[in-house]
Design a protein around this ligand. Structure first.
Ligand SMILES: NC(=O)c1ccc[n+]([C@@H]2O[C@H](COP(=O)([O-])OP(=O)(O)OC[C@H]3O[C@@H](n4cnc5c(N)ncnc54)[C@H](O)[C@@H]3O)[C@@H](O)[C@H]2O)c1
Length: 256
């Protein structure tokens, strides 16, 4: 029996230099996995991998990977296989959220959000699935970080909600055929997580206090809350969970 749930597994995580992606890489390493931290912010990504290596021994590798660029994704997946000999877990986490009002949203911003979130998740999940299948994976995992914006609408998240909703249905679609090839696909749908992404709003103590007053679990999520769910989905214990979207939002959206 494995000593830790992710012992001897290799995980590829996008947008891992900071925030939720970093928390997932950190927790996976803590649970015994080799972790490949990928991001476009190379300097921060190197520092983040180094921090994990200092804490848990040499098990983290930092790689440049722009999820919107297919050749960048293919190169990072190939390097992962070269370094670790296989791949078990892919986490499609990288994302941007421009927070632009619908009437001011220009085509360039719209397209970039779609490219990073929707096309990026396609690029990484397909390249990762192909690599896992080529290696004869069993207990392979693809985990998408989607968002409560797939069920709760906002006029400043039109592009973001469209992209995340696409990812959710893309996940469900691939989940109908991947398990017979040794892989499950699932999504984690966070509510509000205190990271750089929404810091302009959530760094204000009054805004956090108001959220805590109205949310059933009276606080924002931390990146670790999302990472804990990711550990479970990545582990063999989640074998029969497939095509699911799991809310980690403290009850913000109790149905959906
Ligand atoms: N923070 C929240 O409240 C919240 C809520 C729901 C969902 N999410 C989702 O969780 C994920 C992580 O968000 P976060 O809060 O940690 O954000 P963050 O901004 O702190 O981190 C995002 C990371 O993605 C990287 N990134 C951006 N574009 C990239 C690209 N093209 N290729 C590779 N990496 C790229 C960034 O450099 C950064 O390191 C995102 O998909 C986000 O949409 C966040």
């Amino acid at each position: 029996m494995n000593s830790t749930p992710l012992d001897k597994k290799t995980a590829f995580i996008t947008g891992a230099a900071r925030g939720i992606g970093y928390a997932i890489a950190h927790r996976f390493a803590e649970e015994g996995a080799n972790v490949v931290l990928t991001d476009v912010n190379d300097e921060l990504n190197e520092q983040s991998a180094e921090r994990i290596n200092k804490e848990f021994g040499q098990r983290a590798l930092a790689l440049h990977c722009d999820v919107a660029n297919r050749s960048s994704v293919d190169a990072a997946i190939a390097r992962t296989i070269d370094e670790f000999g296989g791949l078990n877990i892919v986490v499609c986490n990288a994302g941007i959220c421009p927070f632009v009002n619908f009437l001011e949203l220009d085509n360039t911003t719209w397209q970039r959000t779609i490219d990073v979130i929707l096309t990026g998740s396609f690029n990484v999940s397909q390249a990762g699935a192909r690599a896992m299948i080529a290696k004869g994976v069993t207990q392979g995992r693809i985990i998408f970080i989607t968002s409560g914006s797939t069920i709760q609408a906002s006029g400043t998240q039109v592009d973001y909600a469209a992209a995340k909703s696409g990812v959710r249905m893309m996940m469900a679609s691939m989940s109908t055929m991947l398990p017979k090839l040794g892989i499950t696909a699932n999504a984690i749908s966070p509510g509000v997580v205190h990271t750089e992404m929404g810091a302009f709003h959530w760094d204000v103590p009054e805004h956090r206090a108001e959220f805590a007053r109205t949310n059933p679990v009276p606080r924002l999520a931390s990146p670790a809350d999302i990472a804990n769910a990711a550990v479970f989905l990545a582990s063999d214990a989640s074998e029969y969970i497939n095509g699911a979207s799991i809310r980690v939002d403290g009850g913000l959206m109790p149905i959906g």
